[in-house]
Write a protein that binds this ligand. Structure first.
Ligand SMILES: Cc1cc2nc3c(=O)[nH]c(=O)nc-3n(C[C@H](O)[C@H](O)[C@H](O)COP(=O)(O)OP(=O)(O)OC[C@H]3O[C@@H](n4cnc5c(N)ncnc54)[C@H](O)[C@@H]3O)c2cc1C
Length: 364
């Protein structure tokens, strides 16, 4: 049985009682790989989280936080304490004028939050509908879809420092948010955990339909609800539902190359799919993998999804070995054909990344 504790239970219950040993993580990652956590607990309040982090510090155990497990590649048993984030609560503040502010606890479900904002008539995250996982993990890789990223609406994040137990706010512009990346995926990994996010949404229409053919797909007059429904519809058509076919969404980031390299590739492959991106050109990794002949291919219980080559799926295996081999094969053929290095999007556990957390002031 998984024990949860909230603030009240926490007073009556010792941390040790809330921590289980040697628990399978199969239900906590959408690839469904069945590796185990040495220690395991669910946190549903800041108090319980603080107590768990203090325990880990006292017993010198590394800490890993998991939300929905939809951007994870667990490839071995995880030593130390795995904490499942189930902090809940949404607080809404009218900000005057066109703006509305939301403070949302990290363990809330992202898609349910999007659906809630759409029913309220608030604009800003409707293009990010149906992205699995928790609100707290959304800034970790700066989730994005259909031309919108969470950084477009993120004001600040509340974090807890695993070493000191301090809880404070960090402004969004200080979090290193970039294309599918942030300091939470790098130098702050496993040391600063997000406990809440603050978003700023708009009350008046501000729809973005210029990406992914949304404008052609929206039926009738574009409205907030119509865009939300269309995004859900398109995603259901082309992405596998993790509850039916295990996967972690896009397995590779879209590579960003220089204009010069792009010109050379375009001359060799006129149908190359690419988009201007900041100072370079972003290539569609799915196109590269598809053209390299991988779409729909299966390999020892795993495979490349038949409708979207960017998505690797797990049909039947409990270990990550075959997936890692398939990844290496795909990377090799794309590098050989196009001279482009693919970079993995999901986070691997356990991870060797070292934390490097600057001193920050406690802000309540
Ligand atoms: C079908 C499918 C479609 C997807 N589509 C998209 C998409 O369109 N765009 C997109 O950007 N992503 C997409 N993803 C990836 C994934 O849904 C997102 O990255 C999501 O934000 C992950 O949330 P999670 O709670 O499942 O994170 P997890 O997988 O649990 O964790 C991911 C990483 O964040 C860390 N982490 C988790 N919670 C916290 C926290 N509170 N504080 C600090 N670190 C934390 C974990 O340790 C881990 O390193 C998709 C995935 C699937 C399966």
């Amino acid at each position: 049985m998984i024990m949860r504790f909230n603030t009240t239970d926490y007073l009556a219950q010792s941390v040790e009682d809330a921590i289980q040993r040697n628990i399978s993580l199969a239900a906590y990652n959408t690839f469904r790989f069945a590796y185990r956590a040495e220690y395991f607990a669910v946190a549903d309040s800041i108090a319980s989280l603080k107590a768990l982090l203090a325990w880990a510090k006292e017993f010198k155990q590394p800490v890993t936080m998991i939300g929905g497990g939809s951007n994870l590649l667990i490839a071995a048993d995880v030593s130390g304490l795995v904490i499942i984030n189930r902090l809940t609560g949404i607080n809404v503040r009218e900000q005057g004028g066109n703006l509305v502010g939301l403070t949302v606890a990290a363990g809330e479900n992202w898609h349910q939050l999007v659906a809630f904002t759409v029913t309220q008539g608030w604009f800003g995250i409707e293009n990010l509908a149906l992205i699995p996982g928790t609100v707290g993990a959304a800034p970790v890789q700066n989730i994005g879809a259909y031309g919108v990223e969470i950084k477009d609406v993120l004001v600040r994040v509340q974090v807890i420092n695993a070493l000191s137990g301090d809880v404070y706010w960090v402004n969004a512009q200080d979090c290193g948010l970039a294309y599918r990346d942030s300091y939470f995926k790098g130098k702050w990994k496993d040391t600063l955990f997000i406990t809440a996010v603050e978003l700023s949404l708009k009350k008046q229409a501000a729809l973005l339909l210029t990406y992914g053919g949304l404008s052609e797909r929206v039926k009738g007059e574009p409205s907030l609800k119509a865009v939300f429904d269309t995004v859900c519809e398109v995603r259901r058509e082309k992405l596998p539902d993790p509850s039916e076919l295990a996967n972690a969404g896009s397995f590779f980031k879209n590579p960003i190359i220089s204009h010069a390299q792009h010109a050379q590739l375009k001359a060799r492959f006129p149908s190359l799919v690419s988009f201007p991106f900041e100072k370079g050109i972003k290539l569609a990794a799915g196109w590269l993998i598809d053209q390299a002949g991988w779409k729909g291919k299966q390999y020892q219980g795993v495979g490349v999804y038949e409708k979207q080559a960017l998505v690797l799926v797990n049909y039947s295996t409990q270990s990550a070995d075959a997936l890692l081999e398939l990844e290496a094969k795909i990377k090799h053929s794309v590098a050989t054909l196009y001279g482009v290095e693919l970079e993995r999007e999901p986070v691997q556990l356990p991870s060797p990344v070292q934390a490097d957390v600057p001193n920050m002031e406690t802000q309540g």
